[in-house]
Design a protein around this ligand. Structure first.
Ligand SMILES: NC(=O)c1ccc[n+]([C@@H]2O[C@H](COP(=O)([O-])OP(=O)(O)OC[C@H]3O[C@@H](n4cnc5c(N)ncnc54)[C@H](O)[C@@H]3O)[C@@H](O)[C@H]2O)c1
Length: 423
């Protein structure tokens, strides 16, 4: 008997794919292609477009951005661009029933709203880090991933790094003795952004859609491409930007989930410009049997610690170091040795596509269940910095007990017309 593939079924019956759930994962032949769209076309979205489109069993069929210049730039870089549809409004991407998967590489404040809408439209989702802009969104995202049963891969590609997996196995096997502390280090030289005047948005841009759930604010070049990272309305500072990679890997290596307490301090010792978020930050996450420290300096260059951004695990027998060049072990009295290579976005996207095709969300390397915890740590670190006191986090209620000021920062107000969809 001939197996009717999902695509043949849809083509022959003419039904729309809102019923996709029943057929998801029915890619009968390994060679059958996943149809992918990228939403948000800055540096990272264009990287997605290239990598997704490079796999023989994945076809980049659509791109979406509120900025026509960004769409044009992406199309210039895409092979066979004439076959790729372009959209300004992500809802049209989600309504396109021929699309199986989307990646979300917009600013952070759009990650969860689009991810939830995408799952509701039957799509699998590759969402950039941090997967949520606040703790409440993370909780809802997790609920949606469970309810809709879709693959949700988080852009913490370190989880697919072979060397990091080797280091985690090394730690788990007890080779370092008891590991009671890990340090997640994010130090790099980031340029100041100066002060930008209010102005009209560039012509053709849908700035209202760019703002989305965030409050209306007049356009400035700093509250725009890339620099939005440094404003709380859209970004999460560098803790939620680069720091989340190190926090996620440190948490993975320690084998811990939500923290019981978080204390932090941070501010601007370096920038004197439009930045709202800190350039210097120290956060301590407390767990039952260990501590995770986060240390951030945005005014020192990479080589300072002998490795670039990374993680150090401290055990009674020595240390394990994770960095971009790979994973290293230094046992007390012995030379430091390399045990594995660094992270790789190619492998992470491959893992996502494999899980989509086999309909095995449980085999994702960075599923929503891990993503939301790591993002929550970053949000709590920022909240503790902003309220300047220790937070006691209750993982049952997802609140900071009776600390009302901190609890208010666990969620945001959504602008009318851009509310989070109900799950
Ligand atoms: N995993 C990684 O290592 C990694 C590396 C870089 C960036 N990122 C993440 O990727 C995301 C994008 O970063 P970037 O540096 O490319 O930012 P960017 O500001 O350069 O690009 C974001 C793009 O999204 C578009 N956009 C905004 N709202 C939109 C909407 N509603 N619909 C469609 N398009 C919309 C913007 O116009 C812009 O072109 C961030 O969340 C960042 O944290 C991840």
């Amino acid at each position: 008997m001939k197996t009717v593939t999902r695509r043949e079924f849809v083509r022959d019956s003419g039904i729309v794919l809102m019923t996709a759930g029943a057929f998801q994962g029915a890619w009968a032949q390994p060679s059958e292609r996943v149809r992918h769209a990228v939403i948000g076309l800055g540096g990272q979205g264009r990287r997605h477009a290239k990598v997704f489109g490079s796999f023989p069993d994945c076809e980049l069929v659509a791109i979406c951005d509120v900025d026509p210049k960004r769409r044009a730039k992406a199309l210039e870089e895409i092979p066979k661009a004439d076959t790729v549809k372009q959209y300004e409004d992500y809802r049209k991407v989600l309504n396109d029933t021929s699309i199986d998967t989307v990646s979300i590489a917009t600013p952070d404040h759009w990650h969860t709203p689009i991810a939830i809408a995408a799952m509701k439209a039957g799509k699998h989702v590759y969402v950039e880090k941090p997967c949520c802009h606040n703790v409440h969104e993370g909780r809802v995202l997790l609920e949606a991933a469970k309810k809709y049963g879709k693959c949700v891969q988080h852009g913490t590609q370190g989880r697919s790094g072979e060397g990091i997996q080797i280091a985690v196995d090394y730690l788990r096997a007890g080779n370092l003795g008891s590991v009671r502390m890990a340090k997640a280090i994010n130090h790099q030289l980031r340029q100041a952004i100066g002060r930008a005047e209010e102005s009209e948005p560039p012509e053709g841009v849908n700035y209202d859609m760019w703002l989305g759930p965030a409050p209306i604010h007049r356009f400035t070049l700093n509250r725009w491409h890339y620099n939005w990272h440094w404003f709380w309305d859209y970004g999460c500072g560098d803790l939620g930007n680069d720091g989340i990679h190190q926090v996620d890997e440190a948490r993975w290596g320690l084998g811990v989930g939500m923290p019981k307490a978080v204390s932090a301090s941070g501010g601007q010792l370096f920038y004197d410009d439009d930045h709202e978020t800190p350039d210097t930050q120290v956060v301590t996450f407390e767990f039952e049997k260990c501590y995770l420290l986060y240390e951030m300096r945005l005014w020192t260059d990479y080589p300072m610690e002998g490795h670039d951004n990374g993680v150090v695990f401290y055990g009674d027998k020595g240390t394990v170091h994770l960095g971009r060049k790979g994973s290293e072990v230094e046992l007390i009295g012995e030379e430091r040795k390399l045990i594995g290579s660094g992270a790789d976005i190619q492998a992470h996207i491959r893992n996502f596509l494999d899980c989509v095709k086999a309909n095995t969300p449980e085999k994702l390397k960075a599923p929503a269940s891990e993503a939301v915890i790591s993002a929550t740590l970053c949000h709590l670190g920022n909240i503790a910095t902003r309220v300047s006191r220790k937070l006691h986090f209750d993982a049952e209620t997802w609140t900071c007990g009776d600390d009302q000021e901190a609890n208010a920062l666990l969620k945001r107000a959504y602008r009318t017309g851009y509310e989070l969809l109900e799950v």
